[in-house]
Design a protein around this ligand. Structure first.
Ligand code: AKG
Ligand code: FE2
Length: 150
């Protein structure tokens, strides 16, 4: 479960997660009633994923893009909780077996659409991506949130 405080401790800034795509195959996300999650459309607009009671948000992740050779595009998204209330969400990240190789399935690779991604071992991809996020210089992990801020 992720907690987005109404304001960050010691500031009056909203809690947030900067724009990113998820690394796994699919994310199934339960939101509470506070609108905060935004998705980037293919025309470059941020669109709010309005909480709808009794529903989940399903995001396509990078691993799914790799398997489908880019036919399914992983969703760029961000979170900004400007409500001043505590927000909670429950993301479930469905990933491939960590030892599985992620490579485009044959049916998605054609002469007109050659392979777009280098095959990679799923666990290596996830670990490398997480390391890239957490090891950047000048990155501060803000306490009480899951936001990583420059
Ligand atoms: O809390 C949310 O609405 C999204 C969380 C998210 O993007 C993530 O944990 O990767
Ligand atoms: Fe995410």
């Amino acid at each position: 479960m992720a907690h987005y405080p109404g304001v960050l401790a010691g500031t009056d800034e909203p809690s947030a997660i900067r724009p990113h795509t998820d690394y796994e195959l699919l994310t199934i996300l339960l939101q509470d009633d506070i609108p905060s999650l935004e998705l980037l459309s293919n025309t470059g607009q941020w669109i709010q994923a309005k909480p709808i009671p009794g529903t989940f948000v399903v995001n396509i992740g990078d691993s799914m893009s790799m398997l489908t050779n880019g036919l399914f595009v992983s969703t760029m998204h961000r979170v900004v909780n400007s409500s001043k209330r505590n927000r909670y969400s429950v993301p479930f990240f469905l990933g491939a077996n960590q030892y599985a190789e992620l490579r485009a399935l044959d049916k998605f690779v054609t002469n007109g659409n050659p392979a777009k991604f280098q095959p990679v071992i799923s666990g290596d991809y996830i670990r490398r991506s997480l390391q890239a996020v957490y090891s950047k210089p000048n990155v501060e992990i803000v306490r009480e949130t899951i936001e990583v801020r420059e």
